[in-house]
Design a protein around this ligand. Structure first.
Ligand code: KG4
Ligand code: ZN
Length: 358
C-alpha cells in the first residue's frame, strides 16, 4: 500500500510517500524556521499562509522524488491535531480534496502518534509492550504502549514542554531560535557540573515532569551572576557554555530518570525516544546508558525523522488504514487532540487540587 503522508501542524510543511508503512520512498520537508526567526518563535498567521503556498509544491515534490504519480497513491494520511488551527487546516483541507478527487481513502493522524511511529523506519521491529518518551517543542509525555495502537499517558509535564524550556532559556541568553540545537552546541564546550539545578519535586508523588521551575532557576542564576545575554556576533563566554551544559544536564536527568523509573515498574520490551528534542545527543547517550542498565533496546529516529515530518504520519496512518479505519469528509482539524485510549485519568486529574495542563 502506498500512503501519501501530509504534515502541517506547526511550522513545517511536509509530504512523504511510504510503502507498507515501513519504506520511505520520499520525504520532503519545507521548514519555516527562517520565516519565524526574527520573532523568536512561531507566528501562527505567518505559518498558515506559508503552508498554503508550500503545500502543493511539496506534495508534488514528494510524488516526483518517489517516482510515482497521484494515481499510484492508495491512501492519504494527514495530521489532524494537535497543533495550530490555521496550519492544521491547510493540510487537512488539502488531503480531503485530494482524497475526494481521486476517490481514495484517507485518515486523520494524531501528530504525537506520528512521533511514536518515527522510529519504525531505521530500527528493528518494535516489540510490545513499549514505553515511549515523546519530547518536542509542544509536548513532553511518556506513553505506555501495551500493544500497537494502545496508549496510556504515564508521565506528563505539568507546565512547559522540554523543547519549550530549551527555546525559552536560549531566548533568555540571547542565543537565537530554535534554542535546542544552539544550547546543545554550546553545552559541548561547557562544564555540566558548574551550576547545580535541583530537580522539580511533584507534590502528589506522580512520576510527572516540570520544567518551568528550572527555567526560573536559570533566570535567577543569570540575574544573580550578572550574565549579559549575547548579542549578534558575540563569542559565547565560558560562563554561558557552562550554564547551557548544566541546564541541558538537568533536563536530561529529569527525562531519563523518569523514563528509567517507569521502565523498571512497567517492564516494557522496547524503549522509544522521539520528537524534536530527541535530536539531542546528550539525551540520547543518557537514554542509551539507562537502557543498558535495564537490559532493553532503545530506538531513536534519525535527525530527519526526529523533527516534524510526513513519513511518520504516513507510517501511523498505515496502521489505522490497515485496521480498516476511514475518515469521511466531515473530518476536521482538532487542535487539542490527545493521545490516550487506555485508562484515561483526565477527569480525575482535572478534579484534583494539583493544576494539570492536560
Ligand atoms: O518535534 P518538533 O520539530 O516540533 C514540535 O512538534 O514541537 O520539535 C521542535 C523542538 C524545539 O523546541 C527545538 O528547540 C527542539 O525540538 N530541539 C532540540 C534539539 N533540536 C531540536 N532540543 C534539544 N536539543 C536539540 N538538539
Ligand atoms: Zn512534532
Amino acid at each position: 500500500m502506498l500512503v501519501l503522508g501530509i504534515e502541517s501542524s506547526c511550522d513545517e510543511t511536509a509530504a512523504a510517500v511510504v510503502r507498507d508503512g515501513r519504506e520511505i520512498m520520499s520525504s520532503v520537508i519545507a521548514s519555516q524556521i527562517d520565516l519565524h526567526r526574527p520573532w523568536g518563535g512561531v507566528v501562527p498567521e505567518l505559518a498558515s499562509r506559508e503552508h498554503l503556498e508550500k503545500i502543493e509544491p511539496i506534495v508534488n515534490e514528494a510524488l516526483e522524488q518517489a517516482a510515482v504519480t497521484l494515481s499510484d497513491i492508495d491512501a492519504i494520511a494527514v495530521t489532524q491535531g494537535p497543533g495550530l488551527i490555521g496550519s492544521l487546516l491547510v493540510g487537512v483541507c488539502y488531503a480531503k480534496s485530494l482524497a475526494y478527487a481521486r476517490d481514495i481513502p484517507f485518515v486523520g493522524v494524531n501528530h504525537i502518534e506520528g512521533h511514536v511511529y518515527s522510529v519504525v523506519f531505521e530500527n528493528p521491529q518494535v516489540e510490545y509492550p513499549a514505553l515511549a518518551l515523546i519530547v518536542s517543542g509542544g509536548h513532553t509525555n511518556i506513553f505506555h504502549v501495551p500493544e500497537e495502537g494502545s496508549y496510556k499517558v504515564v508521565s506528563r509535564t505539568r507546565d512547559d514542554a522540554a523543547g519549550e524550556a530549551f527555546d525559552k532559556v536560549a531566548k533568555m541568553l540571547g542565543l537565537g531560535y530554535p534554542g535546542g540545537p544552539i544550547i546543545e552546541k554550546l553545552a559541548r564546550a561547557g562544564d555540566a557540573g558548574r551550576v547545580k539545578f535541583t530537580q522539580a519535586k511533584i507534590s502528589d508523588g506522580r512520576p510527572d515532569l516540570s520544567f518551568s521551575g528550572l527555567k526560573t532557576a536559570v533566570a535567577r542564576y543569570v540575574r544573580e551572576n550578572r550574565i549579559e545575554p549575547m548579542s549578534n556576533g558575540d563569542e559565547p563566554t565560558q560562563e554561558i557554555k557552562d550554564l547551557a551544559a548544566s541546564f541541558q544536564a538537568a533536563v536530561t536527568r529529569a527525562l531519563v530518570g523518569t523514563l528509567e523509573k517507569l521502565a523498571a515498574e512497567l517492564g516494557p520490551k522496547t524503549l522509544i525516544v522521539a520528537g524534536g528534542v530527541a535530536c539531542n545527543l546528550a539525551l540520547r547517550e543518557a537514554t542509551e546508558a539507562a537502557a543498558k542498565r535495564l537490559g532493553l533496546p532503545v530506538y531513536f529516529p534519525s535527525k530527519h525523522l526526529s523533527t516534524d515530518n510526513a513519513a511518520m504520519i504516513a507510517a501511523a496512518g498505515y496502521f489505522h488504514l490497515k485496521n480498516g479505519e476511514r475518515a469521511d469528509l466531515r473530518m476536521t482539524a482538532d487542535i487539542s487532540m490527545r493521545l490516550q485510549n487506555l485508562d484515561n485519568e483526565d477527569a480525575e486529574l482535572r478534579a484534583s487540587k494539583v493544576r494539570y495542563r492536560l
